[in-house]
Design a protein around this ligand. Structure first.
Ligand SMILES: *[C@@H]1O[C@H](CO)[C@@H](O)[C@H](O)[C@H]1NC(C)=O
Ligand SMILES: *[C@@H]1O[C@H](CO)[C@@H](O)[C@H](O)[C@H]1NC(C)=O
Length: 225
């Protein structure tokens, strides 16, 4: 028991620099951009989102997951188009997305799905889904072909707005120098310091280091126990 405790204690001592990136995305459905934290997985829709395009194709899609409606167009298809009068269907991208910030500091994020069906001249279909932070109901606003076999879908939703921002605090002494009552924070750097954290600088009744990279340091991890 003592051994486990001192191991845990050692792992809690972090000395060095924790660096926060301006914008980052992980393999999930999250984005940290300009201090705003997003988790777009709240926009996942088991029944698929849909919109009828001016080209008379119905477009179906899901957020960061395969779309049930698109299963016929390919395993893991996240976005697809159907031409109803005929049974014409195309896979417009699979759920192996990249997530990036919107331009000009607009709140929300953009998902890019690649590896759809191949067009007649060899271009591989792909789709960008722009998720704009907005009030009111979640709405699919538009779909357009932005260039040959490349599609852009826009949607607006409160679920595309920033959620609990990582907290920053600095204090000079006292107890409980840093605390949060927010939800658990995963896959983001929430403590940034060019100084040091020493002694019992970090304590938790939760878990730390449940996957790789949760604690990073360019210094050492030190324990005197
Ligand atoms: C997902 O995309 C990444 C990078 O584009 C690629 O390395 C990986 O093999 C892809 N995974 C699947 C399951 O297609
Ligand atoms: C396919 O055609 C489009 C439109 O004419 C063109 O922009 C694109 O470069 C072509 N792609 C290939 C791989 O030839």
């Amino acid at each position: 028991m003592f051994k486990i405790k001192s191991l845990l204690f050692a792992s809690l001592l972090v000395v060095g620099c924790l660096v926060i990136k301006g914008s980052s995305a992980d393999s999930g459905c999250k984005l940290l951009s300009e201090g705003n934290y997003y988790d777009f997985s709240a926009l996942a829709n088991q029944d698929s989102w849909s919109i009828l395009g001016s080209d008379n194709f119905y477009y179906y899609f899901n957020i960061c997951a395969a779309s049930a409606k698109c299963a016929v167009t390919g395993t893991n298809s996240a976005v697809c188009q159907y031409y109803r009068p005929y049974t014409l269907t195309f896979n417009l991208g699979v759920a192996n997305q990249t997530i990036s910030p919107l331009d000009n500091g607009v709140q929300g994020g953009s998902i890019k799905y690649y590896d759809g069906d191949v067009c007649p001249n060899g271009t591989v279909r792909s789709t960008e889904i722009m998720m704009l932070c907005g009030t009111g109901n979640t709405q699919v606003l538009s779909v357009e072909g932005v260039s040959y076999c490349q599609y852009l879908i826009k949607m607006s939703s409160p679920l595309a707005c920033p959620i609990t921002k990582p907290t920053t605090a600095s204090t000079t002494g006292g107890s409980g120098a840093f605390s949060t009552t927010g939800g658990s924070t995963t896959d983001q750097n929430i403590i940034t310091t060019t100084g040091s954290i020493t002694n019992k600088g970090v304590s938790t009744t939760g878990t730390i280091g449940t996957s790789s990279g949760r604690i990073s340091t360019s210094g050492g991890i030190y324990s005197n126990q």
